[in-house]
Ligand binder design. Structure first.
Ligand SMILES: Nc1ncnc2c1ncn2[C@@H]1O[C@H](COP(=O)(O)OP(=O)(O)OP(=O)(O)O)[C@@H](O)[C@H]1O
Length: 283
């Protein structure tokens, strides 16, 4: 058994006006990796390449020890997208009967228990579900396949706070098995607190920051001020009228003098500032 559930090496995908530019990423067993970044940064493109849904221009991708897109790799992977993958005319209660022949590890008891826990109405058709109910159905379907790797692409957007917390608990329970791993892409970065071990920040098709979630947050700070913004040591700048905020490495703090207002950086601060495009930015 490999120690990683998924491995991406030097992934390159060229589109007309966008490029995934040399992304490498390991998802180790026993870890939850949070994938974050501004809109259009390339998170879904990376996930789709990992699942073999996009053929890259170059790079090597392994999923559960098999090449991307292989049946063996996908059989060990549960996938939660922001909408259900089941046919809209199927009733929720019939999904187990319909899908179980295709998944050797299908666990009907687990599927039924998750639908009940997440309050997904079993008599409705998939097409009649609300957006949030659809995400919950996708999660139940993914986990009923007894996967080793769970990939969630922005599941949180349609979910109420109680459901998001419930899904966090379900992911934690999934991670009780040390051989499991999760890749979780989200814009609601607070969902990653106490859940993600590692954070990967994608900006404009590249990995801008990666590391243990706590280390990443500790590595940065935000400086606030007005008037002419600083240039040296600034990784990203946000302006509102005369006022500005700048993302810096924590070790640069001293160079901003005693009058500077410096705060701890949140994950959102990191994404917003690294994603900002400003001529003054000197990375
Ligand atoms: N089929 C396609 N053809 C051309 N460009 C595409 C295609 N699919 C996505 N893109 C472009 O690739 C870039 C990355 O898109 P992607 O969906 O991977 O971003 P994302 O980080 O998941 O964004 P979001 O947070 O908005 O969901 C975007 O500029 C998008 O317009």
């Amino acid at each position: 058994m490999t120690d990683h559930m998924a491995r991406i090496e030097d992934l390159r995908i060229r589109r007309r006006d966008f490029e995934i530019d040399g992304v490498s990423l390991d998802i180790a067993r026993g870890t939850v990796v949070g994938l974050v970044g501004p809109n259009g940064a390339g998170k879904t493109t990376i996930i789709r390449a990992l699942l073999g849904l996009i053929v890259p221009d170059s790079g090597r991708i392994e999923l559960a020890g098999h090449l991307a897109g292989s049946t063996e790799g996908l059989a060990r992977t549960g996938i939660v997208l922001d909408q259900p993958t089941a046919a809209p005319e199927w009733t929720v209660g019939s999904i187990g009967r319909r899908l179980s022949p295709f998944y050797p590890g299908w666990d009907q008891g687990r599927f039924d228990a998750l639908l009940a826990r997440l309050s997904v109405p079993t008599k409705r058709t998939v097409g009649e579900l609300s957006r949030g109910q659809g995400v919950k159905l996708s999660l139940a379907t993914a986990l009923a396949q007894s996967p080793e790797l769970l990939i969630l692409d922005e599941p949180s957007s349609g979910l109420d706070p109680a459901a998001r917390r419930e899904i966090g608990d379900i992911i934690r329970e999934f991670m009780v098995d040390p051989d499991h791993a999760v890749l979780f892409s989200t814009h609601i970065t607070s969902d990653l607190t106490d859940l993600a071990d590692e954070l990967v920040v994608v900006v404009r098709g590249r990995i801008a920051v990666r590391g243990a979630l706590t280390d990443v947050v500790d590595d940065f700070a935000v400086v606030r001020g007005d008037g002419p913004p600083p240039t040296g040591g600034v990784l990203g700048l946000q302006r509102r009228g005369d006022r500005w905020t700048a993302l810096i490495r924590i070790e640069e703090t001293a160079s901003f003098g005693r009058e500077a207002v410096i705060d701890a950086a949140s994950v959102d601060d990191i994404i917003i500032h690294l994603g900002a495009e400003h001529e003054e930015v000197h990375a």
